[in-house]
Design a protein. Sequence first.
Length: 447
Amino acid sequence: MTTPWPEWDRRHLWHPYTRLLTSPPPVPIERGEGPYLITSDGRRILDAISSWWVNIHGHSHPRLIAALAEQSGKLQQVIFAGFSHEPAARLAHELVERSPEGLDRVFYSDNGSTAVEVALKMAIQYWRNRGEPDRTLFVHMKNAYHGDTVGAMSVSGVSTFRGHFQELLFESREAHAPTCAECPVEETCPRCAIENRVELRDILAEEGGRVAAVIIEPMLQGAAGMIVWPAEFLRYVRRVTEEAGVPLIADEVFTGFGRTGTMFACEHGPVTPDMMCLSKALTAGYLPLSATLCTSAIYEEFEREDPSATFLHGHSFTANPLACAVALESLAIFDEDRCLERVARLELLYEKRMEEVAQLPAVKSVRVLGGMAAAELHPGGSAGRDGGAASGGYFDELGSHLYREFMQRDILLRPLGNVLYVLPPYVVEDEDVERIFDAVLEVVGAL
């Protein structure tokens, strides 16, 4: 007798980011294979968003499975306070070797939001250990999203994800950030015409000794609608934070491991942040793991005889050996399969196909960066059409419509409201990419 697990799901589970009354039942997935998800009834769904941006090498990769199996026969878990193990040390070395020069300490945790929380707490205590306890203010960018825990929400700018919890959040100021890849650094963009913009340099000058750190999503703001920055703005942020003597936190949870065409998005500057947060593709989506990297200058402020200077933060599964072993194998595959070269080829293919998408009446603008392609649609689906009370943004009903249309074609695309984006695993074949864009032209062209 077949186990009725989908019925148990309906009775007991609460799925994330899901409208309880109006969302369709979850699709039952039995297994994954390369860029495909395979359902209980045998449908093969092309995973065109890498299962929430994490799966870069495809599902059921034999080498990642083998690495997990091998490590599971040696050591599955050990307390990481006072103990260590080879996979954690080797992975830390590999991350430091690949990261912007100067990031040479690694603190492990278990997800992207927590990696950000670690960086925020590091920044606060860094200043306390230096005798400046008044530095408790963070500065984030307009349209920022850094996660769903309280600290991460506090430094986010997308109100959709933080509105219900406003009373819980600590103080953070919002600075101007570009809304298109052509935005000039300190002038009003003729295309975007942002009014009442507050410059980062002015905030840092005004707040003086109150700022603990500035946090950014370098080059690509994901949840805000795949907003692409000019590299010049990234260099500007690093320059003004250095001038003010304020640490810079780079949230590379999404942008790391090749997503923007470089190993880390900071390389587009190139800039070196004082802290860098990693997760998502760190284990290629096979196990939860995150890391917060920092410079020696940050780390050394915690090397004191005073026990109160200790960084009192940790997790039961800090540096889990299974996750570290899989992450190491993922990095090996990344190198051997020349993933950055593959991303460069995908970028060229995206640019070619997005020229066609940009001609559709429903499309407001398009953008491509590395392994990501996005089309921002007119709210409601066409220029001049009334999209309703939630017109534009995350809750635009267009997103639900598009999701259903693509699922009918066995393609998983999960739009951010009226922003449709493509972000498949790097192992996707060119013919599958063509299939995705053919479907985009068909579905969006019918709006």
